[in-house]
Design a protein around this ligand. Sequence first.
Ligand code: FES
Length: 579
Amino acid sequence: MNDWIQAGTVDELRDQGPKLIKGGIVVFYHEDEVHALDNRCPHLGFPLHMGSLCNGILTCHWHHARFDVCSGGTLDPWADDVPVHELTVQDGVIWVNPLSRNGNQVQLYKDRLRNGIEQNIGLVIAKAIVGLMEAGVPETEIAAIGIEFGVKQRRQGWGSGLTILTAMANILPKLDKQGRILALFQGLLHTARDSAGSGTRFLLDPLPDTTVSEERLTQWYRECIEVRDTRGAERLLLTAMQAGADEMRLFTMMSMAVTDHFYINGGHTLDFHNKAFESLKYVGEEQRKYVLASLVPMLGDASRSEELHSWQSPVNLVQPLTEAFEELSVKGVSSGDVGSCIDDGELLQTLLGDDPLRTVRVLKEALLGGASPVRLAQIAALAAAERVVRFHTQNDFGDWIAVLHTFTHAHAVHEGLIRSSNPWLVRGIFHTAAAIYLDRFLNIPAAPRPAASGAAEEAPQPAELLEILDKQQQVAPAAAWVIRYLRSGGKPEPLFNILGHALLREDAEFHSFQMYEAAVAEYDRWASESGPFAEKACETLILAVTRYLAAHAPTSRERPHTAKIAWRLHRGEKLFEEA
Ligand code: FES
């Protein structure tokens, strides 16, 4: 009790009203009892000694949040509970413990985070993130709390919220501390919103007899998906997991079913599968079944692009693709480590050309010739990024999403082929190629690639880009700035950090998160190579993400404002004194 704080006498407190003591603690006398609480309202920091205390309820005067003065618990969950302090009275003198009664702060913040996600309360989520980060909890562990919640508490299964959260967990190493707070907040808030009003997902049991071969389980799984039977498919997936199928084999099984049809759900389904498998590295072993089973419901009503008019006419893409897949299955596709039998530049131009039958033939022959499927998928992703770079702003604004879908699907195919070399997955490359072809009119006329002119002796400060993006429709100026930055020797690391802030300071829409993360991942692959083609590829990816973000900024920036409040509250800043 040595370091407890003396708070005067009970008589003084009763006569003179609430008393502020060291450590930002307020002491009240009420209904013959003494109470000590943190004086800052947990909502936005208003001094609670200026509130009113009646019938055991302390009411803050800023937004009228109510607190039980004994426990600090709030009747208004958006405000959060206020910490209370233990005290003792000796010979009429009050002594207060400077440490709050709330005990293990890490556990408290974890509970608050779960509570904030359950109740979909942004400020509670933001404050818990800041508290956990400041307590030294690994950031991916914070993300995992949201993933584990989302895969169980969203009846429809994996959705955009979990995709954003996983993407944000992936890009944490690219961001400074403020960026990481924002990334976690955006991801967790989207997960909470996506799950709000939904219900718990209860998993089926695996089949009782698990001696069925993995090959047969895969075949049955594909057959179930074919007829949109998601319950049967879920049971088979869980059976394969119980039988010990590893991550690569499970991905193969599930992505074979996804690529049995063309570019399903506009490419989202494969992208969601890719993200869910990426999320496995953040969650515990016992959560894997919830993560993977959450992917199955979306297959029940997935659109299949071979049924779309645009894939059948005026050029029938379905028939040549189907024939190519048959030929590849008969002749076989190697896992392909032979990168040298294709010319990267030529293939890129072919993919961006307007002869889809030639594209199909070139891809097929490359695969039959032993070309690496991973390399083909990487070039296809680059071609899809080039479509974003050449997207003309005279297009309908909504068309940005068309080129975005193709790019993120292409990225998922690329990552999927790195994860699994199953030859059936090469069908995803052809689906990407067809989508790139169908997007061709969004590049007519093609937006000019910014010229190399204007390089300065010193690279401009990255923060300048944020100023440019404070105004609407700065697609061309932002792209020109980025080229000037790169040509002046600007380093990519600060640029990706500032592009991350350009994304995270906005009330960005789902696709913007996808764009940033996919571009970063594709950039990293090319940056590990040398030579002019790889250098230009890196530039293409930076231009693509810059143009996309510029087209979608600025917004009202409400979400990041909440995260900023949480940070300032944690630092003890006085928000209520501002105009
Ligand atoms: S209710 Fe206390 S600061 Fe808002």
